[in-house]
Write a protein that binds this ligand. Sequence first.
Ligand code: DO4
Ligand code: MG
Length: 284
Amino acid sequence: MNVCRFKRNGAIGVGLVTEDSTVVDLSAAHVTQLTPLLEDEDAAARVGELAKQGLPRLPLAKAELLPPVEEQEVWAAGVTYRRSKTARMEESDFSATAYDRVYSAERPELFFKSLAQKVVGPGESVGIRKDATWSVPEPELALVLNSKGRVMGCTIGNDMSSRDIEGENLLYLPQAKIYSRSCALGPWITIGVPETTVREWTIRLAIKRDGGPVFTGQTSVGQLRRSFEELARYLFRSQDFPHGAVLLTGTGIVPPESFTLRPNDAIEIEISGIGSLCNSVTAV
Ligand code: DO4
Ligand code: MG
């Protein structure tokens, strides 16, 4: 079951995206925000009931989708897939030991990624820093957590990264990871799917330049070294999130060292079981 945020007569609406590519307008049943819905442990059942009420509908193609976050902070986990560990150890002799250690350490790497209002939505452009020479997308499963730290759903995340800045010195990580348009989320939140099923999903990345492919890659959520509950538990240790949080779970797809993004590239991240998040690239 997929729930989205979309523009509705100049305001923001909450909708259910059906399998026949229709958006059922849940705002008409007074569901005007995702956050309270995600506090309801039976959110999927509630949305299912509302959808039977003959609410107004519109074609998905006509709905302007917005990033599926309201006031949630966005955080990210790192070095949770073997591919991310090896690529980062190659990127920097200087930091290789840190990456190697955190991959198998009990405590995961978690870092702040974005405020909700800075998140880029479906169809918008993500940014590459003008002072970076090596920029990549990081296609990641994003967990949507409620205020109790419970995983209520999943969406697709892009943890845009400047690898040259990160590789120069690990203390530059916030600059490599947090800048204008460096986080994309969407197209919606898929709710009511157990972790065992999500771990069977495939993550695919396709990057196009001038209409042709310049990189494709794929991995499986099953390659993620840590459980969803473990990542959520560490994020909520000694920290409150009254509006809930979104937690990107790390990348398992890293383009070769010769690859860097350029303005006007097109990025498509697909997670089977959720859908696709498409963004163009701009210099910031
Ligand atoms: O340690 C740096 C960041 C790692 C990361 O973002 C990832 O593995 O996805
Ligand atoms: Mg990442």
